[in-house]
Ligand binder design. Structure first.
Ligand code: SF4
Ligand code: SF4
Length: 288
């Protein structure tokens, strides 16, 4: 079962939820924590994994041999990402924009374009207190998160429960992370910003037909907008975490919620049971 933890904005507590869920389930289930927030992976701070292996993530980018080039401009025309341009008697490439689709080299009439590997990040894996752990790290200055997320997913265990910590927002890296999930937890906070970003996240999971529910973090602050929206849209609120200086303090010290406050563990176990029921119901209704 794959459970993704996502949110329309950063700083809502995705990692607090994903690490606490993993730690609460690890004694009874085979659990993998996949940190797909590759621009800022921080589940490792809370789980302190022993890293057992790593590998580079590369994409293929074009290299132009100008001696062969007639500067016809076909490569620039076909590139949907403006990653290659022809100016007079020069061809410029912008590797950070390149999606590695290969269209330019395929269409070049002079076979003037070859490809080379470009290193954009790394994937690491290991063990964290009995939890299988995998994370992707995008090299600073690089922009292409999806290839790293795909490689993180390749290293997930094929069995048990996989918990993915998704990047914030609703763009391509989020879609890459959650698209094959059995369930998506959407984190939010009870503020107008939180509501706005939750609505965008709900649109995304609905578009992808993924069952989902909401966790509201820092309840007691802000307003009732998120609660009203969930009620109106019949979206299940799976958990509420209060605005609590003790929770904020342990989080800022890199301690997982359930490690510092074990009384939360049973609530995360119950959360998983509720999620499983909803995901199973959905699978059953699709089969019927
Ligand atoms: S398609 Fe090939 S020949 Fe034409 S401008 Fe690009 S590299 Fe040069
Ligand atoms: S490989 Fe694709 S994305 Fe990259 S420069 Fe060529 S056409 Fe553009």
């Amino acid at each position: 079962m794959i459970i993704s933890v996502a949110s329309g904005k950063g700083g809502t507590g995705k990692t607090l939820i994903s690490t606490s869920l993993a730690l609460s389930l690890k004694d009874d289930y085979d659990v993998t924590l996949a940190d797909c927030d590759v621009e800022e992976p921080n589940a490792c701070i809370f789980l302190k994994p022993q890293i057992a292996g790593s590998e580079f993530v590369n994409t293929r980018v074009p290299v132009v041999e100008e001696e062969k080039c007639t500067f016809c401009g076909k490569c620039a025309k076909v590139c949907a990402f403006n990653a290659i341009a022809v100016f007079g008697n020069h061809v410029l490439t912008f590797p950070q924009l390149c999606h590695g689709c290969g269209a330019c080299s395929y269409l070049c009439p002079e076979t003037a374009i070859t490809e080379e590997d470009r290193h954009i990040g790394v994937v690491e894996w290991g063990d964290a207190k009995g939890i299988k752990f995998v994370q992707g790290i995008l090299t600073v200055g690089e922009a292409m998160a999806p290839p790293i997320i795909r490689q993180v997913k390749d290293h997930e265990s094929g069995e048990g429960i996989i918990i993915r910590d998704a990047p914030p927002g609703t763009s391509c890296p989020v879609v890459e992370t959650i698209s094959d999930s059995d369930f998506c937890i959407l984190l939010t906070e009870p503020t107008p910003f939180g509501l706005n970003d939750l609505m965008l996240a709900v649109e995304t999971v609905r578009e992808l037909s993924i069952p989902y529910g909401v966790i509201i973090n820092r309840t007691g602050a802000g307003d009732a907008g998120v609660e009203d929206y969930c009620e109106k849209e019949k979206i299940p609120v799976l958990m509420r975490i209060p605005l609590d200086t003790e929770i904020a303090r342990i989080y800022s010290r890199g301690i997982a919620l359930v490690d510092a406050m074990p009384q939360w563990k049973s609530r995360f176990v119950e959360l998983y049971k509720e999620i499983k029921e909803m995901a199973d119901e959905r699978t059953g209704s699709i089969k019927r």
